[in-house]
Design a protein around this ligand. Structure first.
Ligand code: GTP
Ligand code: MG
Length: 646
């Protein structure tokens, strides 16, 4: 109970922070094919224009955004056709709902894999592309988010498979920062679960259009109506069933595609990891359909359901999907491949292309600060050449901009390299380009010698990348989560990616002095990745005991396992009885004063990596009363790295 409450609290804090950052919620649509439903044109190019009109409204509704500056550039914008064909998708859910399995099947149907691997492998079966860490394979859970880029049917997809476990929520939230669309997987037997609820809140705050896939229909499932009710009641989100299931468990026969009015009946794949055999039949060929379904009860139920849904369900309206009022709903079974390809094909058409992003800071590198008097209003950031306002960067902005949302070492243990995952927001990445860095001194440039397309732990070199892409770049150490990279004269910073407030604390030591150097190297790397946070005693410049802080205890286990596997060092941990951290934004003077007044009795005073004061508490009550009584401490539950290097 305690744990649940503290997780709720953590989420609430995160939500507040997101609200504070006011992420841009603005979308663009590419022209869509015209599905019709009961005479209503649902996904037509008129949807496209209304979506862009709304973008205009969004961008001009805020005073801050009204003032814009068009800047002279020498570089070229990304071609519209490249932006239009990009789709990226984060897969989220409660643990074990099948995200990694779904990702693997999307790769299979997307033609990126010949044979799908399994999360828990049986003899001779290959493992999945996204769970490649040793600990992930051993435990059958995802620990870290993974990116997979591939081309399919003329589209370029970037899929982000995220961990479901609450202890790794920070990593999942970072991946969501890089996504333009999200798919929420539900275990059809369980419906909405704790972690689904939390992740849904984050998607809503980030304004991500949400697709829903009820998975594991090959097992006994809740009724589809009940699943729709849960989504409606808890999320105030109306579902539009795009695929409707025919039976469940052993009697799961297939799905009705309600947009095309075609039934897809599946056979289990003969070969492990291969695609499923499918028979397609138009819904109105009733005699044939009845014969093929070969189950009188299921056939009659399907006919009844189809009529009922057509009568009761509002038409699919992509504007409402963008507004978080409606979710396209799918049913299937990732493990047996049912419904996966249908989802993929529909998503390419319905998903949004790369969206504009809000900028929190811009500084002109030439000290030629932008003059608001010269400003022009943004017309339509998606198509106009004036594609950067002071506060919004559109994919069509001429300069390259992107942000780091994840860093990871030892993706390839042989090379021991460090990679920063960059989401490209605008312009083009070109091999060897020089970029500015949001936290570095003005005018300092870094050479991006070689970027990589990512495919789990596999990589391939690329010379060019476009908005929407997630690329890996070599990280000599200075690129951290939340950093912005850019070309052009204006220094740009996208909103930082906040850390969570830690609730577990321990000391970590190297028991073996001879391996201390490797221990230190491994720890430095894992801290740079944000696998855990580090705290130290005040004024400790690195020689004293190292304290780790995490959202969940599993993060500590991952640190120990990775030190062992990747750096070959033992480590010992000593848990600490603190349960809450507060950053004292009032600074050291305020902390010293409160301490001198005897107000910090029983509270541990430490510093974070930027030497800022942090107080550790044993209970919520003490933290709340101190926050109230000692306002000059300005206690805050999270840390945000400073925007620019001091
Ligand atoms: N019966 C059935 N099992 C499935 C299906 N999809 C996934 N599974 C199984 O469910 C278990 C969890 O699947 P994963 O793909 O690892 O789930 P996940 O959501 O990625 O889990 P985490 O990343 O750890 O949160 C595995 O044993 C899968 O084989 C399905 O459609 N039907
Ligand atoms: Mg997984």
């Amino acid at each position: 109970m305690m744990h649940f409450l503290s997780l709720r609290r953590n989420l609430t804090l995160f939500v507040l922070l997101l609200q504070k950052q006011q992420y841009a919620i603005a979308f663009t649509f590419s022209p869509l094919s015209s599905y019709s439903y009961r005479g209503t044109l649902l996904l037509s190019s008129s949807t496209s224009s209304s979506a862009t009109t709304r973008l205009h409204e969004t961008t001009t509704s805020s005073e801050a955004i009204k003032t814009t500056t068009t800047i002279a550039t020498t570089t070229t914008a990304a071609p519209n056709k490249e932006i239009d064909r990009r789709r990226n998708l984060a897969i989220i859910s409660h643990p074990d709902s099948g995200k990694t399995t779904m990702t693997e099947k999307l790769l299979l149907y997307g033609g990126a894999l010949q044979q799908a691997g399994a999360v828990r492998q049986k003899a001779e079966q290959r493992s999945t592309q996204s769970d490649f860490m040793e600990m992930e394979r051993e435990r059958g859970i995802s620990i870290s988010s993974t990116v997979m880029n591939f081309d399919y049917e003329g589209y370029r997809l970037n899929i982000l498979d995220t961990p479901g476990h609450q202890d790794f929520s920070e990593d999942t939230y970072r991946a969501l920062a890089a996504a333009d669309n999200a798919i929420m997987l539900l275990d059809a037997a369980k419906g909405l679960e704790t972690q689904t609820r939390k992740l849904f809140e984050v998607c809503r705050l980030r304004g991500l259009p949400l697709f829903t896939f009820c998975n594991k229909m090959d097992r006994p499932a809740l009724s589809p109506y009940e699943l729709m009710d849960q989504i409606q009641e808890e999320f105030e989100l109306e579902s539009y069933p795009v695929l409707w299931p025919i039976g469940d468990g052993d009697r799961f026969k297939g799905v009705l595609d309600r947009l095309d009015n075609v039934v897809h009946l599946y056979q289990k794949p003969v070969k492990r990891g291969a695609k499923a055999e499918v028979i397609k039949i138009p819904f109105d060929q009733t005699d044939k359909l009845e014969e093929l379904i070969d189950d009188q009860e299921l056939f009659l139920k399907l006919v009844e359901d189809q009529e009922l849904l057509n009568e009761l369900i509002e038409p699919l309206d992509m504007d409402r999907v963008l507004d978080g009022e409606q979710t396209p709903l799918f049913f299937g079974s990732a493990q047996t491949n049912f419904g996966v390809q249908l989802f993929l094909d529909k998503f390419l058409i319905m998903g949004t292309k790369p969206t504009p992003r809000k900028v929190t800071t811009t500084v002109n590198d030439d000290n030629n600060n932008n003059d608001d008097d010269n400003d022009d209003d943004v017309e339509d950031s998606s198509s106009s050449s004036s594609s950067r306002s002071k506060n919004i960067v559109s994919p069509t902005y001429e300069e390259f901009t992107g942000f780091v949302f994840k860093t990871q070492a030892n993706l390839d243990p042989k090379h021991r390299d460090r990679l920063a995952y960059v989401r490209v927001v605008s312009g083009m990445y070109e091999k060897g380009m020089k970029v500015g860095h949001s936290r570095s001194k003005l005018g300092k440039k870094y050479n991006l010698a070689q970027a990589q397309a990512l495919f789990g732990s596999d990589r391939s070199s690329i010379d060019i990348a476009y908005p929407g892409d997630v690329i890996g770049i070599n990280n000599p150490g200075m690129f951290a989560i939340g950093d912005t990279l850019y070309t052009g004269n204006d220094r740009i910073a996208f909103p930082g990616i906040p850390s969570f407030s830690p609730e577990k604390f321990c000391y970590i030591r190297s028991p073996n002095p001879s391996s201390y150097k490797s221990f230190r190297k491994g720890m430095d790397q894992l801290l740079a990745e944000g696998a855990v946070q580090a705290l130290r005693q005040r004024n400790d410049d690195g020689g004293g005991p190292l304290m780790l802080a995490a959202v969940g205890a599993l993060q500590f286990e991952v640190v120990q396992a990775r030190l062992q596997n990747e750096y070959k060092v033992e480590s010992s941990m000593e848990p600490l009885g603190y349960t809450l951290a507060r950053w004292a934004d009032g600074g050291w003077d305020a902390v010293d004063q409160a301490n001198a007044d005897g107000k910090l009795f029983g509270i541990m005073i430490v510093q974070d990596r930027w030497c800022r004061p942090v107080l550790l508490f044993r209970n919520d009550w003490k933290a709340s009363s101190l926050t109230e009584e000692q306002k000059q401490l300005q206690l805050k539950p999270w840390s945000q790295p400073p925007d620019f290097e001091q």
